[in-house]
Design a protein. Sequence first.
Length: 103
Amino acid sequence: MRNKVIAKKDGNIEIMDKTSEITNSVRRLQQLCWDCKNGFPSKCKKICDIHKLRIENYDFIDSGYQVFDRDGYIFLFIVSKCSNFEQGEVCHYKKNMTRLKRK
């Protein structure tokens, strides 16, 4: 899966070659997980998983993107449509990342 992008759109999977154009467009997408009431390890398998699985393994993620680097590791995992999404408080991890950046 080196230098690939997996796109999941309404449950359908498409695998593409990674380009800087695709990577930049994925980075501009809103990450639903940051604004989800379920964005906590105890409520979401994606947040809980230390080693992220391929996007097709999460049946509750309807649409999103995974971008893999040249070594085959995931460095972007954006969820853009999720059946478990509930608008709410900011995700626990985003709060912690903000605190770390301030130090």
